[in-house]
Each structure stands twice: as C-alpha cells, then as structure tokens.
Design a protein around this ligand. Structure first.
Ligand code: ATP
Ligand code: MG
Length: 173
C-alpha cells in the first residue's frame, strides 16, 4: 500500500488554497489538484507492506507534534515534472525540524530514504503547460497545524484518492 505522512489543511484553508489553484490553472494550464487532495507531504513512504501498518500507525498516534504555523507567501514550480506549488519564501525551521523528527521515527521502524533536502510545498497543479508563476498575484496565508496524518493513497483512473489511517495526538501551545 502506498503511504505518506502529511499535514492536511483545515476546511477554510482548503477552500483558499483551492482558489489559488484555480488562479494558477487559469494562467498555467495543467491538471488542478482537487480541493480534497490538497496537502503538505512531510514524508513519502512509497509502497509499504500492509503487515507494517499496525506498528506505523501506532507510532504515528504516539507522536507529539508541537503546534505551530506555516506561512505560505510564494509561488514555486518544479520544472521537469511541471508542478506548480505554493510555499514559504523563507525557510521554516519548525517544518524542517518536524521533517527530520519524522524521518528519525521512521528510521527506528526500519524505513529508509529520507531526502537530504526538504522543500516544503503544497502542490496545486501537475503537468502545467506554462510555468508562468511570476505573473500570479501575491498572497499570504498562515496555516496553523498541530497534527500529522498517515495517509493511504490509491491511484485510480480519475486520479489518486487519499484516506487518513492515523493521526498524531494534538499538543496545543
Ligand atoms: P497522482 O500520482 O495521482 O498525481 P499524487 O502524486 O498526489 O497523485 P501519490 O503519487 O500517491 O499521489 O503521492 C502522494 C504524495 O507523495 C504527493 O504529495 C506526492 O507529491 C508525494 N510523492 C509521490 N512520489 C514521491 C517521491 N518519489 N518522493 C517524494 N514525494 C513523493
Ligand atoms: Mg504521484
């Protein structure tokens, strides 16, 4: 089963991110990610044997993620897969820490392959026809978060469908 760890936006931000995805698609073309699928990937696990799910979900439920907020204020793109995304103009130390903590936890469970460099980004478009992001309007959105989710991705003809299998405990403040 295909799994990843992610932050998922609260409903009101999902709508705002969706509006930005519409703006991006109007200018850049390509395939717009549906609102329901908008997320920030923290760790992509790829294909995982279902026999490992219980221990993984258990570990995710034990995680204490410090509540924080991610500021998104920049358009970005990955040229070769023609992905258009939004992220932060400045590095975000809290997200970098969360990323390395998660990969330490995953390594303890025998998962390997954490990337050396993590670029936090929220994908809005895939296969963009024009990477015209400099012409898109300025914005600033603060995304408060306090929980990591373990997500199952099932690829189907109409695109991927995500199901949350476990959530970390919320730790406020
Ligand atoms: P689709 O493949 O239908 O376009 P998707 O890419 O969102 O949808 P998945 O391929 O299951 O669905 O990916 C889940 C998440 O993991 C996405 O955020 C994706 O960008 C990320 N991801 C996928 N493959 C990798 C990879 N090899 N390395 C890092 N992140 C990845
Ligand atoms: Mg994919």
């Amino acid at each position: 089963m295909r799994l990843f760890l992610a932050l998922t936006p609260p409903p009101e931000l999902r709508t705002r991110f969706g509006e930005l995805a519409d703006l991006a698609q109007a200018r850049c073309g390509g395939r717009r990610i549906p609102d329901a699928n908008l997320h920030l990937t923290l760790a992509f696990l790829g294909e995982v044997s279902p026999t490992r799910l219980d221990s993984l979900a258990h570990r995710v439920r034990q995680l204490k993620v410090q509540a924080d907020s991610w500021t998104l204020d920049e358009w970005g793109c990955f040229r070769s897969p023609r992905i258009v995304w939004i992220g932060g103009a400045r590095p975000d130390p809290a997200l970098q820490r969360l990323h390395s903590t998660l990969w330490q936890e995953l390594a303890a469970l025998g998962f390997e392959g954490g990337p050396s460099r993590y670029i936090p980004h929220l994908t809005l478009l895939r296969r963009a026809e024009r990477l015209d992001t400099p012409k898109l309007p300025a914005f600033r959105i603060d995304w408060p978060y306090c929980q990591v989710e373990l997500v199952h991705s099932v690829t189907g003809p109409g695109g991927s469908r995500y199901t949350t299998l476990a959530r970390s405990r919320a730790v406020k403040g």
